[in-house]
Structure formats: structure tokens, C-alpha cells
Design a protein around this ligand. Structure first.
Ligand SMILES: Cc1cc2nc3c(=O)[nH]c(=O)nc-3n(C[C@H](O)[C@H](O)[C@H](O)COP(=O)(O)O)c2cc1C
Length: 366
């Protein structure tokens, strides 16, 4: 279930959390106010991007930037933006421990109606035990987290598709005489993305998701992950799944200008304390690949640039080259972030989208 016919689809990522995806004190980062969310969403909608994808965050990572300490809750954020936009898919990113499936299925159906069939669900199994603790819960070990996520998703799918009352009986959820009307407008269900790259995360995506949202240290490893996820989907579940990557864009009129901008945002204003706190939590709790300790500093720089998305530094032309390379790896799309979303979206509209259209990766917005 692709969001559009474009060969390389694009989404705005992280515009609901303070400083977005850039762990830096540089000026221009996301502040988290409604006018800002509306303006970013309406611009992305007008220029024909496929999706708005928020980050699910309940508390920040400290440091001088207090990275992500302010955040809009993603379901209510999606509902508001659904009303304010026309064409773009609006996703809620949800950590499964934070919401019961009966409520999640109902909220998804409601936002799908508000948006006229443009809701999408980004499922994260969760990794941050400090956040899980806020809900009075203890984080499950990684494998069990995915066993619970599998059941959570199957329960929601039944609520979205089954008529009348039914009993749901599982290990983690029991729902006698469950009922959910109205169904989502999108049939059989809204698009589902799942963000995770561990073996269990790949298997979950292959079985349940339309789009697997991954992080990879380089294009070679991204290419291998794409092939692996799609193979599992085909061989074990007889289905297709898209794989999306994540890119943090540092655009300049010249290569030197873009490099200077990156230098300023990451090397001069980057928040090593918050990035270190994030990395330590992630390393302890995610099933994603663990960084080589010898590479900690360079790993932190990538993390600072865009939540470990590919840092892409250059002119519109060289950034288009990189996005083309992502497409050539088999990726169906990328989530994008910028140190400054407003100027980033202007560059995207005026410079980068025309480059991508020339390369046949996208059509002009209607
Ligand atoms: C691309 C990507 C985006 C993610 N976004 C979020 C998020 O917004 N909120 C969150 O709590 N966890 C997020 N996660 C973390 C997952 O909850 C965590 O990594 C979980 O363990 C699933 O990933 P894994 O299968 O790689 O372990 C994200 C993970 C990836 C790979």
C-alpha cells in the first residue's frame, strides 16, 4: 500500500518535538507551538509530500539544548493536522506500551474519518524505560516487547476489520465482547509503518506493516536490510513491504556553504550531552545494532544531525544524488528533517523537488 505513485516518497519527520531531530542548540529548531506545526504541515501538503510523521516522545534527553523536552502528543496532533490539510497522509507514532489497542483502534478510525482517509499509524515497540515508567509500567525485555507488539497489532486489526462483537483472548490483552464502529475509511485498514531494525523488528514489519522505517549507518547496510525485510515478507508471509530511510538535510547554495552550516550546527552548537544520554538509553534498551564503542564520537555526530538518520550535506543537486542512491538501494522513500524546517521546506520546494523530478523520482505536485 504505497502512499503515492512517486518512485521516491517523502515525509516530514519530527516536527512535533523540540529541536526536531537535530540535537543542537543552533537557532531555528522546532519550538513546539501550534502555529509552527500548522505552517509546516500546510507547506508539506501544498508541495505534495506524502506524509507527516511525528516522533513519539514523553520526556527529553537533557543537555544544554534540553533536546525533545517539549513534545506534542502524536494522536491529537495528527487529528488537528488532519483537519487542517487536504492531501497529505498524517501519521500518529505510537509506543505500544502507552496505549491500549481498543483506544488506539478507535482513535485511528476517528482520525481517518476527520482526514477523509489520510491517517497512517507508525508503530514503535518502544525502548525508553524512563518513558514507560511514567505509565507505571516496567519495560519488557526486547523479545517479549515484540511478542506484545504483535498481539497489540493483531487486536487492532480485528477491531478495524471485524463486524459485530468478538472476544479477543491473548497473553497480554483480553477483551470480552469487543466492538468497534465506525471502521476506518481506508480499507482494509490505514497504512501501517513500523520503526525498528532488529531481527524481531524486521519480522514484525514483514508480517504487519506496509512500510518498515529503518536506520542504517551507510547505504550498503541499508541495501542489505531492504533485501532482508522484503525477503522475510515474501517468503514467510507472502506479502510485500516497503522500506523507508531517514535523512537529515543540510542544504547550501554551494557545497562549501552547506559544509559550513553543518559545521556550525553539529560541531559548534551540537549538544554532546543530550546525544550521549540518548545513545546510552538506546544502546541499553533497543535491539538495534550497537555502536562500536571506539566510534562513539562519530556515532554521536550522526545522531546529532538527525536522530541517526543519514546526514546529507550539500547543494540541492548533491542531495538529490544521495536520495537517488537511497532509491537505488530499494528504499521506497525517506523521512526528512532539517535543523530549521521552515527554510528547509523552502529549499525543498524551490530547489530539491525540481531536481528529483528531473531524475524521474517524483512527479510535479498537481
Ligand atoms: C527509524 C526509527 C524511528 C523510531 N522512532 C521512535 C519514536 O518516535 N519513539 C520511540 O519511542 N521509539 C522510536 N524508535 C525506537 C523503537 O521504539 C525501538 O528501537 C524499538 O526497540 C524497536 O526497534 P528495534 O526493532 O530496532 O529494537 C524508533 C526506531 C527507529 C529505527
Amino acid at each position: 500500500m504505497a502512499l503515492s505513485a512517486n518512485r521516491f516518497q517523502l515525509a516530514v519527520f519530527g516536527s512535533n518535538v523540540s529541536h526536531g531531530c537535530t540535537i543542537s542548540s543552533a537557532a531555528g529548531g522546532i519550538e513546539v507551538n501550534w502555529g509552527e506545526s500548522l505552517s509546516i504541515a500546510r507547506t508539506a501538503d501544498r508541495i505534495g509530500l506524502e506524509a507527516l510523521i511525528p516522533v513519539c516522545r514523553w520526556k527529553g534527553f537533557g543537555g544544554p539544548s534540553e533536546f525533545n523536552h517539549r513534545s506534542f502528543e502524536t494522536w491529537t496532533w495528527a487529528a488537528g493536522l488532519a483537519q487542517a490539510t487536504q492531501r497529505i497522509h498524517v501519521f500518529a507514532t505510537t509506543a505500544v506500551a502507552s496505549i491500549h489497542p481498543v483506544l488506539a483502534a478507535k482513535q485511528a478510525a476517528t482520525i481517518d474519518h476527520i482526514s477523509g482517509g489520510r491517517f497512517g499509524l507508525n508503530v514503535v515497540a518502544g525502548w525508553n524505560s524512563h518513558e514507560v515508567a511514567m505509565f507505571g509500567k516496567t519495560q519488557f525485555p526486547h523479545a517479549e516487547r515484540y511478542a506484545m507488539t504483535d498481539e497489540w497489532m493483531r487486536f487492532i486489526h480485528e477491531l478495524w476489520t471485524r463486524d459485530g462483537e468478538f472476544d479477543f483472548t491473548g497473553t497480554y490483552f483480553n477483551g470480552p465482547r469487543c466492538y468497534a464502529e465506525p471502521k476506518p475509511l481506508q480499507r482494509p485498514r490505514p497504512p501501517v509503518m513500523s520503526a525498528g531494525v532488529s531481527p524481531a523488528g524486521r519480522r514484525f514489519a514483514a508480517q504487519h506493516a506496509d512500510m518498515n522505517f529503518i536506520l542504517a549507518p551507510n547505504l550498503e547496510m541499508a541495501s542489505a536490510t531492504v533485501a532482508d525485510v522484503r525477503r522475510i515478507a515474501r517468503e514467510d508471509f507472502a506479502r510485500e513491504v516497503e522500506v523507508w530511510g531517514n535523512a537529515a538535510l543540510f542544504i547550501g547554495a554551494t557545497e562549501a556553504e552547506a559544509r559550513d552550516y553543518y559545521q556550525h550546527v553539529i560541531h559548534e552548537q551540537g549538544d554532546l550531552v543530550a546525544a550521549g544520554n540518548l545513545l546510552d538509553t538506546f544502546t541499553a534498551e533497543s535491539g538495534s545494532q550497537l555502536p562500536d564503542p571506539a566510534l562513539r564520537e562519530s556515532y554521536l555526530r550522526n545522531m546529532m544531525a538527525g536522530y541517526s538518520g543519514f546526514p546529507v550535506v550539500g547543494t540541492a543537486s548533491s542531495i538529490a544524488d544521495f536520495l537517488q542512491a537511497m532509491a537505488d538501494c530499494g528504499m521506497a522513500g525517506a523521512t526528512l528533517s532539517w535543523p530549521d524546517y521552515t527554510s528547509g521546506l523552502t529549499h525543498l520546494e524551490c530547489d530539491l523537488l525540481p531536481e528529483l523530478q528531473t531524475r524521474g523520482l517524483r512527479q510535479a505536485a498537481a
